[in-house]
Design a protein around this ligand. Structure first.
Ligand code: CTP
Length: 465
């Protein structure tokens, strides 16, 4: 019996899939079909797969063309599968020509002509339309965002807004966008959604105007400069039935999500301590160290606080801060935020003018979990135990600089019929992060102006006492 094998995602099962399976089957007597898992798709940059894995398997089964269906989870699996299933022929569409020649050492490799004019990508765009996105801001993060947006299907960046028209125009030309403007209302008219990457102090007003006009908003962190403003944004989004997502990219990346799930699953016991560090040597004169809205906590603490709220929740019982201020402008340069919970502690260490090892350590009653630097781009972590024989390492892919994950989540929420919110970063978690930043800021404002290190006790943020 001649055995043939083929692989695919089979999202929104279409005629191209059916014809490929028919021809693959005709190459032998028995057809094995590998269907990719969501995680594997994520790692390959297929970020907007619409059907669930079960649905996709079901579609292949319903075609009646597969004799056996299995799951493809990892790179390199094909070599093992070909040997395990004693395969004679590997078949795949012509869009992959040459890519699987390495399998010729194990079986015959056939590239079948792809059916023109149909693809899951096209169908996804068709069923929802393409989200027309505008970017507010034309700085470095906006540049990176455009590059990353190419990896997310169902969205097209069309325009850019900047209060400086020349800067908007040069950004627009650089990225071949359709429009640039320095008029915010005009900017909003031509888009369905906006990504706000302007300086922090403009987030609130820009996001609020967009939400009130029924536009979905993906907004850089920190969402606003105060808890009240952030709460108002969330309420406005809810009222208008649109998506508001805070762009803390780590929250949406597969490795981080998995790490949180493992830490909270009891594998390392009850969590007693979380220590998360994020530091950066900022360029002299850069906005981060000059603007009154900068400083290490506002610029960087969203990441450690994200890990802390995900691991320990929002029931805070104490908040204290150690910091070293820049005496010329009172911006915090090296800051440690100590969060106390009923049965656990957490420390967020951030700095703009110093370098520490940027790792994340979670201490539990049975073991620890260690994520090496840069933990916010989670590619690997390890659970560690008293007996090192039980240690276990986990590996993931973190593609590009990760902005694609937040954008993919944003687009899928926009397209979702059921919900405009996500478990990956809930409203409550986003507001918790904001309120800790706020409380810290208020406490620091009352601190003496000195070059010596300062210790302040912050009031526990009101909604979380
Ligand atoms: N295929 C095909 N003709 C098409 C579309 C897909 O022959 N018009 C083949 C692919 O070459 C592959 C298999 O069907 O061998 C499964 O492809 P998959 O990646 O699931 O489908 P696409 O429609 O290409 O998906 P996407 O647009 O997400 O890349």
């Amino acid at each position: 019996m001649k055995r043939v094998i083929t692989y695919g995602t089979y999202d929104l099962f279409h005629d191209g899939h059916r014809r490929l399976l028919e021809r693959a089957r005709a190459l032998g007597d028995y057809l094995l079909v590998g269907v990719t898992t969501d995680n594997y798709d994520d790692s390959r940059g297929k970020l907007n797969v619409q059907d669930t894995l079960m649905r996709r398997i079901e579609s292949v089964r319903e075609s009646g063309l597969a004799d056996e269906i299995f799951i493809e989870e990892t790179d390199g699996q094909k070599i093992t599968d070909v040997q395990k299933y004693d395969v004679d022929t590997f078949a795949i569409g012509s869009d992959w020509t040459g890519k699987f020649d390495y399998l010729q050492d194990y079986c015959r490799v056939v590239y079948l002509e792809r059916t023109p004019g149909v693809s899951s990508t096209q169908l996804r765009a068709h069923s929802h339309g393409i989200v027309r996105l505008g970017i507010s801001g034309s700085g470095r993060i906006a540049d990176r965002f455009i590059l990353e947006s190419k990896f997310v299907s169902g969205v097209n960046v069309e325009s850019v807004y900047s209060s400086q028209l020349a800067s908007a125009q040069s950004f627009c030309n650089r990225h071949e966008l359709a429009r640039s403007t320095s008029n915010y209302d005009e900017f909003l008219e031509s888009v369905d959604a906006v990504y706000i990457a302007s300086p922090h102090e403009f987030h609130f007003e820009q996001a609020c105007t967009a939400l009130r006009n029924g536009k979905h908003v993906l907004c850089e962190k920190p969402l606003t400069m105060s808890f009240q403003d952030s709460e108002e944004l969330h309420n406005t989004a809810e009222k208008h039935g649109v998506v508001l997502l805070e762009a803390i990219k780590t929250a949406y990346s597969p490795g981080f999500i998995r790490m949180i799930a493992i830490a909270r699953s009891g594998v390392i016991g009850t969590i007693r301590d979380v220590s998360a560090t994020f530091t950066k040597i900022a360029l002299a004169g850069s906005r981060e160290v000059v603007s009154e809205f900068g400083g290490s906590a506002r610029e960087l603490a969203s990441y450690p606080l994200l890990a802390i709220v995900k691991l320990l929740g929002t029931d805070l019982v104490g908040l204290e801060i150690d910091t070293i201020l820049d005496p010329t402008n009172r911006l915090d340069l090296f800051t440690k935020m100590h969060l106390r919970y009923n049965s656990a502690f957490a420390t967020a260490t951030v700095a703009l003018g110093a370098k520490a090892e940027g790792n994340l350590v979670v201490a539990g009653t049975l073991g620890s979990l260690y994520v090496p630097s840069p933990w916010w781009k989670t590619e690997q972590f390890e659970t560690r135990f008293e007996d090192p024989a039980h240690n276990k390492k986990y590996f993931f892919k973190f593609d590009g600089d990760g902005l694609r994950y937040e954008l993919a989540e944003f687009v899928s929420l926009i397209n979702s019929k059921e919900t405009t919110t996500t478990f990956k970063l809930s409203r409550k978690e986003s507001l918790f992060i904001q309120s800790v930043l706020d409380a810290g800021n208020v406490a620091l404002l009352s601190a003496p102006n000195t070059t010596e290190s300062i210790h302040v006790i912050a009031s526990i943020p009101a909604p979380f006492t």
